[in-house]
Design a protein. Structure first.
Length: 158
């Protein structure tokens, strides 16, 4: 009986310690669903009507996100990216087709930079920042095409 009681006490203590450790571990502030704030975003060309960014990972080991949106003409689209912040290019897909390769570098817990090569030969760089309060992601992009250069600022909120 004493052994059984001791086992129950040990299991309870272990469960409580695990629960406390899990509670104490901070959640990744990047992870979750983010809505495009059209009023705060600035697009060179007409931007999406609406867009939801879902971040599954944005840490030192992985960058994984997907987007669902509606383009300016009203057509629905999805995008997906999965890679590492190691400076190597990984594919970005749109509606299942590769449209670019993007390499990310994690600068801090709240900032990453990226370089992309689009299948049409154009390129863009981006600076992605999570606000200190964890409620806003701002993406500043600089695009270069064979004919022009322009900037976009894309703002997402939780």
């Amino acid at each position: 009986m004493k052994k059984r009681l001791a086992l129950v006490v040990v299991l309870l203590a272990g469960s409580m310690a695990f629960a406390q450790a899990k509670k104490a571990a901070p959640a990744d502030p990047w992870v979750g669903d983010w809505k495009l704030d059209v009023s705060k975003s600035k697009f060179h060309n007409p931007g999406p009507r609406e867009e939801t960014l879902t971040v599954a990972a944005a840490n030192n080991d992985a960058v994984k996100y997907s987007m669902k949106g509606t383009d300016p003409a009203g057509a629905a689209y999805t995008e997906a990216y999965e890679g590492k912040p190691d400076g190597k290019p990984y594919p970005l897909t749109r509606n299942g087709q590769e449209v670019a390769k993007i390499s990310y570098h994690r600068n801090t817990d709240h900032n990453s930079t990226g370089n992309a090569t689009v299948v049409d030969g154009s390129t863009f760089t981006e600076n992605v920042t999570l606000s200190a309060d964890g409620k806003t992601i701002t993406v500043k992009q600089h695009h270069k095409t064979k004919d022009s250069e322009y900037d976009d600022i894309i703002v997402f909120t939780k």
